[in-house]
Design a protein around this ligand. Structure first.
Ligand code: PRT
Ligand code: ZN
Length: 225
C-alpha cells in the first residue's frame, strides 16, 4: 500500500460543483494556496491538498490511488463504479458522505405528447444517454430491452436530430427538457455531490487528517440541515 503524509482530494476545476466544493472545504476551516497553473491547491492550514480536474476524471484518480478522496456527483461516481464492475468484476469506489449540494436527478424523458405508462414502453426503443451503465441497470431491473445510444453531451437534442426517441439525462429545474418538448418520467437516480473514496484504511499521517475532515464535514452538514 502506498504511503503519503498529506491527504489529496480531487475537486472539479470549473463547473457546477467547483465553487460549492471549495466553499465547503473553507467552512470546514481548510485554507489553500493555488498553484500558478491553477491545477493544484496546497493546504496551508492542514496536510490536505487539492487537485483541480474535470469531474469525469475524479473516480479514476481515486481508483488508481492518485487521489484519496473526491467531491463528485453521485451520477458520475455510480456510472464509473458500474463500468469498473462490468470490466474488472469489482470496484473499490464508494460514497463516504452525501454533501447536500449539486442536487439533480437522472431521469427518462419522453416526447411531451407521449403518455407515460411505465418502463415497459421503452421496449425496443432507442434511448440516448451519457450514462449507459446506469441506464442498462435500470432497463435490466425492469426486464426491458432497448437500444442505448451513447452521447457525451447535448443529449436533450438527440430526438430532434433523429438519433433517439427517448433520452436519459440529468434534470434539475426541468427547463431544458421543456425547451426540447420532452417530459420527465421515471427517475433512475437521485443525485447530489458526494465525497467519494476507495480505500480509507490509512496507516500513515493521512489517517488523523481524514478523521478531522470527516468530523468537520459532519459538523458543517449538521448546521446546514
Ligand atoms: O468540465 P467538467 O467535465 O468538469 O464538467 P461537466 O460539464 O461534465 O459537469 P457540470 O459542471 O455541468 O456538472 C457537474 C455535476 O453537477 C453533474 O455531474 C451533476 O452531478 C451536477 N448537476 C446538478 C448537474 C445539473 N444539476 C444539471 N442540471 N449536471 C448537469 N445538469 C445539466 C443537464 O445535463 C441538462 O443539460 O443541466 C441541464 C438540465 O438542467 P435543467 O435545470 O434545465 O433541468
Ligand atoms: Zn464532466
Amino acid at each position: 500500500m502506498k504511503t503519503r503524509d498529506r491527504l489529496r482530494i480531487a475537486v472539479q476545476k470549473s463547473g457546477r460543483l467547483a465553487d460549492a466544493s471549495q466553499q465547503l472545504l473553507a467552512q470546514c476551516g481548510f485554507r489553500f494556496r493555488q498553484s500558478r497553473d491553477k491545477l493544484f491547491c496546497f493546504g496551508e492550514t492542514h496536510a490536505v491538498d487539492l487537485l483541480l480536474v474535470r469531474d469525469d476524471d475524479i473516480p479514476g484518480l481515486i481508483a488508481e490511488g492518485t487521489c484519496d478522496l473526491g467531491f463528485v456527483g453521485r451520477n458520475v461516481l455510480a456510472e464509473q463504479r458500474l463500468a469498473q464492475v462490468a470490466e474488472a468484476g469489482s470496484s473499490a469506489l464508494c460514497e463516504v458522505r452525501a454533501l447536500g449540494f449539486g442536487g439533480c436527478r437522472l431521469a427518462i424523458a419522453v416526447p411531451q405528447e407521449e403518455p407515460w405508462v411505465g418502463p415497459e414502453q421503452l421496449q425496443g426503443r432507442k434511448i440516448a444517454t451519457s450514462y449507459p451503465a446506469l441506464l442498462a441497470n435500470y432497463l435490466r431491473e425492469n426486464r426491458v430491452q432497448a437500444d442505448i445510444v451513447v452521447l457525451s453531451g447535448s443529449v436533450e437534442i438527440a430526438p430532434k436530430l433523429g438519433k433517439a426517441e427517448v433520452i436519459c439525462d440529468l434534470v434539475s429545474s426541468g427547463a431544458t427538457l421543456a425547451a426540447n418538448q420532452l417530459k420527465e418520467t421515471a427517475v433512475i437516480l437521485k443525485s447530489e455531490a458526494v465525497l467519494a473514496a476507495a480505500d480509507l484504511d490509512f496507516v500513515d499521517e493521512r489517517a488523523p487528517v481524514l478523521d478531522l475532515l470527516l468530523r468537520r464535514l459532519d459538523g458543517v452538514m449538521a448546521v446546514r440541515e
